[in-house]
Write a protein that binds this ligand. Structure first.
Ligand code: ZN
Length: 121
C-alpha cells in the first residue's frame, strides 16, 4: 500500500519528518490545511507543525530558511497543492518572507488560519 505522506516540522529543533496526516493514508487531498493526526517532536515533545506535501526541509545551518518556514506556517501558508497556479513561489529566506506575506494575502497556498507556534500545543 502506498502511503500518502506529509511533512511535519518542529521549528525549535529545526527538524522535519514525513508522516501520514489522515487515518486512511492511502488516499487524501494534497491541499490540506491541517493534519487529522497529531505528531509530536521526538526531541522536545512539541506538537509538530503541519507543513504540507511539498515542504523541503532547510538544512541545519540554514537558519534563515527555518525562520521563513515558520513565518509562512504561522501566516497560514502550506506547502501543498499541485503547483499548477500562477502565484509566486514561497520564499526561503527571512529577508523575503515578511514582504511576501504582506503582498500575498490571497495566495493559492494560504489555506489555513493564522497560528502561533508558541501557542500550538
Ligand atoms: Zn522539537
Amino acid at each position: 500500500m502506498t502511503q500518502f505522506l506529509h511533512n511535519f516540522a518542529c521549528f525549535d529543533c529545526q527538524i522535519s519528518f514525513k508522516r501520514p496526516a489522515t487515518k486512511d493514508s492511502s488516499s487524501g487531498s494534497a491541499h490540506l490545511a491541517e493534519s487529522e493526526l497529531v505528531h509530536t517532536c521526538p526531541n522536545c515533545r512539541h506538537k509538530m507543525a503541519f507543513m504540507g506535501r511539498n515542504f523541503s526541509t532547510p538544512s541545519k545551518s540554514d537558519n534563515s530558511g527555518w525562520i521563513a518556514a515558520q513565518a509562512l506556517w504561522e501566516a497560514g501558508f502550506r506547502f501543498s497543492g499541485s503547483g499548477s497556479h500562477s502565484d509566486p513561489p514561497l520564499p526561503r529566506t527571512k529577508q523575503e518572507v515578511g514582504e511576501f506575506i504582506k503582498l500575498n494575502p490571497k495566495h493559492y497556498q494560504k489555506i489555513a488560519p493564522n497560528e502561533k507556534w508558541s501557542d500550538y500545543i
